[in-house]
Design a protein around this ligand. Structure first.
Ligand code: BES
Ligand code: MN
Ligand code: ZN
Length: 502
C-alpha cells in the first residue's frame, strides 16, 4: 500500500471500476443498500462464500476477482460486527479498526477503492462513515521515502483514491473535515519517528516542526544560547556530547478564548539515544532513532488541533537533543543545576529523557501556567516490562485528568494504564551529593522516572505518558503496519475535544 490516500464521499451506487468493498454481518447478512447493489452477483457471492467457508465473522473476508455482472476488478466482502452484540458496530474505535481491516484486504497496486458504508445492521451514521475513512487512511500509510525500487510483485499505486459511498454523503464529508487533520497529524508523527537519525537531527526536527506556522501555529525556536540564558542546564548537559546543537521548540495554537489558560503538551525529543557514556549494547540500538516519539506526537497533535481549528488554547513544547558519547559528553557523577534550581546527580547518562523533560516541564509550568500539563516520552524500558506494547503507562498527580485520559484511551483504542506515584518512592531518587539523582535502581524503573519528573511540575495538574512500548517498534494491527504508530495523537486530540474546548 502506498502512502498517499485521498478520501471522498458519494451517494451509494455501483462503481464502474476499481475495487468494491462491502460489509456484512454473520450469516452473510447484508444491509438493504448493499443487497440491492449486489443483486446481479448474489448467486456468485453465495457460492464464493461457501467455497471459502466465509460466513461473515468479524475480521474475516472473501474476495471475488473480476465478478461477472459487475464492472469492478474485484469485490471484497468483509465481516463487520455481530448484530446481536450491541457493542459491535457503532463504536468509533471499532469502525476505525474496520476501515483499517478493509483497506488491508486491498492489494497494494490497486488505485481506486469504493467502500459501501453499511453493515448488515443498516447504513452507517455519517460520523461512522468518516471513522471508516480514518481507519482506511491510517492503514494505507507506509514509510517508503528511502526505497528506491519496489520488490518484484509488490509494485504499489502511488496514490489511492478512496470513495466512501454513504447514505448521507454531505454529512459524512463534514464529519471527515474534523477527522482528516487528525489522520494527517498521526502521519506527521509517524513520518518523524520513522525518519533515520542521520537525517533527523535536533535542528532538522525543529525546522520540520516550524512548518506548523503555515497552519497558524505560533512558533518559538530556542537555540543553545537562548537555552543557556534560560538556565536549561539539564537539557543542555544531555546534548553536550553531540556534534549537533540542541533545540527547544514552543508551539502555540490559540483557538480558545482570549486569556484562557492553555493546556500544555511536552514531548521528549531525543533524536538518537546511544546512552551516552553509559553506552547501550549494540543489538537493537538502531531503534533509538525513535526516542523522539513523544516530541513527534506533540507536533502531530498541534497539526491536528490547528487543522481542525480546535476551540482551545494549546501549547506544545519539545526538547530536542542527541545523546552521544564523546570527550565533551557528561559523565556519571556529574552534578548539573536544572532550570528549577534543583541540582541533579547524574548516575547513568542513559537516563537522559528525564533530564530533558525536567527543564522543559519547569519552563512550561512557570511561563504558561497551564490548566493541565501532559508529557509524552519513550522514557523507560521498564514500562515495557510492566505493560508490554498495548498500553502506555499513565502517571498523574490529578485523578480527574487520569480518568479523562483512560476514557479517551478506551474510545480511541490508544490505551493507557494508570501506574502509581507515591512519596515512598522518593527515597529511591534522593542523592548523596545533590537534591536528586537521575536513576532509582532496578525496581519500579518507570515509577521512579515519573517520580523524578514530578519534582519539576510544581502544583500544575499533570500527567505523564510513558510511550516506550507503544510509540515505536509497534506491533502490527488493523490501522498500522508501520514501525512507528503515531501513538498519542488521536488520544490527546480526543481528550481536548471532550474536555478542553469552549
Ligand atoms: N530511551 C530509553 C528508553 C527506551 C528503551 C525506549 C527501549 C524505548 C525502548 C531511555 O532513555 C533509557 O535508556 N532508559 C533507561 C533508564 C535507566 C538507565 C534508568 C532504561 O530504561 O533502561
Ligand atoms: Mn536512554
Ligand atoms: Zn532515551
Amino acid at each position: 500500500m502506498s502512502g498517499a490516500l485521498t478520501s471522498d464521499f458519494a451517494p451509494i451506487a455501483l462503481p464502474a471500476k476499481g475495487v468494491l468493498v462491502v460489509f456484512c454481518n454473520p450469516g452473510l447478512k447484508f444491509g438493504p443498500a448493499t443487497a440491492k447493489l449486489l443483486q446481479p452477483v448474489l448467486d456468485l457471492v453465495r457460492r464464493a462464500a461457501v467455497a471459502d467457508r466465509f460466513s461473515g465473522k468479524p475480521g474475516s473476508s472473501v474476495e471475488i476477482v473480476a465478478p461477472s455482472g459487475l464492472k469492478v476488478s474485484r469485490l471484497i466482502i468483509v465481516g463487520a460486527g455481530n448484530p446481536d452484540d450491541p457493542k459491535a458496530d457503532g463504536k468509533a474505535r471499532d469502525l476505525v479498526r474496520l476501515g483499517g481491516a478493509a483497506m488491508g484486504r486491498v492489494p497494494g497496486r490497486e488505485s481506486e477503492v469504493t467502500m459501501i458504508a453499511e453493515t448488515g445492521s443498516g447504513p452507517l451514521a455519517p460520523e461512522a462513515a468518516a471513522d471508516l475513512a480514518l481507519g482506511a487512511t491510517l492503514r494505507a500509510y507506509a514509510f517508503q521515502r528511502y526505497k528506491t525500487k519496489p520488490k518484484e510483485g509488490e509494485e504499489r499505486a502511488r496514490t489511492i483514491a478512496l470513495t466512501i459511498a454513504a447514505a448521507r454523503p454531505a454529512d459524512a464529508r463534514k464529519a471527515w473535515r474534523i477527522r482528516q487533520p487528525v489522520a494527517d497529524g498521526v502521519i506527521v508523527a509517524r513520518d518523524l519517528v520513522n525518519e533515520p537519525p542521520n537525517v533527523l537531527s535536533p535542528v532538522e526536527f525543529a525546522r520540520r516542526a516550524s512548518a506548523l506556522r503555515k497552519a497558524g501555529v505560533a512558533i518559538q525556536l530556542l537555540d543553545e544560547p537562548a537555552l543557556k540564558r534560560l538556565g536549561m542546564n539539564a537539557l543542555l548537559a544531555v546534548g553536550q556530547g553531540s556534534a549537533r546543537d540542541s533545540r527547544v521548540v514552543i508551539m502555540r495554537w490559540n483557538g480558545g478564548r482570549r486569556g484562557e489558560p492553555p493546556i500544555a503538551f511536552v514531548g521528549k525529543g531525543v533524536c538518537f539515544d546511544t546512552g551516552g557514556i553509559s553506552i547501550k549494547p549494540a543489538a537493537g540500538m538502531e531503534d533509538m532513532k525513535g526516542d523522539m516519539a513523544g516530541a513527534a506526537c506533540v507536533v502531530g497533535l498541534m497539526h491536528a488541533l490547528a487543522g481542525r481549528k480546535a476551540k482551545v488554547n494549546a501549547v506544545g513544547a519539545i526538547g530536542l537533543v542527541e545523546n552521544m558519547p564523546d570527550g565533551n559528553a557528561q559523565r556519571p557523577g556529574d552534578i548539573v543545576t536544572s532550570m528549577s534550581g534543583q541540582t541533579i546527580e547524574i548516575i547513568n547518562t542513559d537516563a537522559e529523557g528525564r533530564l530533558v523533560l525536567a527543564d522543559v516541564l519547569w519552563h512550561v509550568a512557570k511561563k504558561f501556567k497551564p490548566r493541565a500539563m501532559l508529557d509524552l516520552a519513550t522514557l523507560t524500558g521498564a514500562i515495557m516490562v510492566a505493560l508490554g506494547q498495548e498500553y502506555a503507562g499513565l502517571f498523574a498527580n490529578d485523578d480527574e485528568l487520569a480518568v479523562r485520559l483512560s476514557t479517551a484511551g478506551e474510545a480511541t483504542g490508544e490505551k493507557v494504564w494508570r501506574m502509581p506515584l507515591a512519596p515512598e518512592y522518593d527515597k529511591l531518587i534522593d542523592s548523596k551529593f545533590a537534591d536528586v539523582k537521575n536513576t532509582g535502581g532496578r525496581y519500579g524503573g518507570a515509577i521512579t522516572a515519573a517520580q523524578f519528573l514530578q519534582r519539576f511540575v510544581g502544583k500544575t495538574p499533570w500527567a505523564h505518558l510513558d510511550i516506550a512500548g507503544t510509540g515505536m517498534s509497534s506491533p502490527s494491527n488493523d490501522i498500522n503496519r508501520s514501525w512507528s504508530s503515531g501513538f498519542g495523537v488521536r488520544l490527546l486530540d480526543r481528550l481536548v475535544a471532550d474536555h478542553y474546548e469552549t
